[in-house]
Design a protein around this ligand. Structure first.
Ligand SMILES: [Zn+2]
Length: 138
């Protein structure tokens, strides 16, 4: 038997969700579960805005998980580190706001179909994985 399809970050909106449903139905298939891993905005902002990149050699650092030895300098070539537009706090906050609106629509869409499963993403990664497996088995 072929493996079940598994999408990450898709569908992103109702139009894509409808298209996916129509496509799967045409193949006699459907969606069993939609898993949403919920993480507080302040944690996401911390993770997403921590990335800094060397303007010269492209080496990537993260202020929490992989900090440079000197706060604004590249460990490899000692050039200045820059923050990409996508990683700036204002950009991240706007992305999260738009994402929240779309997610709410998808939560209603899949909630009506009874297959929307919300997981607490603030636990450690092993517990999050266990929770995902447990909702997939139901
Ligand atoms: Zn560098």
């Amino acid at each position: 038997m072929a493996a079940a399809p598994f999408f990450i970050g898709f569908p992103r909106n109702i139009i894509q969700a409808d298209a996916l449903e129509i496509h799967l139905k045409s193949e006699g298939r459907g969606i069993d579960n939609v898993v949403y891993i919920d993480v507080d905005h302040h944690i996401l902002i911390e993770r997403l805005t921590g990335r800094w990149v060397c303007a010269s050699c492209g080496e990537t650092f993260h202020l929490i998980s992989n900090p440079p030895k000197i706060i604004d300098r590249c460990d490899s070539c000692n050039e200045a580190l820059i923050q990409r537009e996508d990683d700036r706090e204002e950009t991240v906050k706007e992305r999260l706001r738009v994402n929240d609106e779309l997610t709410k629509q998808l939560e209603i869409y899949y909630g009506e179909r009874g297959n929307f499963k919300k997981i607490n993403g603030l636990k450690n990664i092993n517990d999050v994985a266990k929770d995902i497996l447990s909702v997939l088995k139901k």
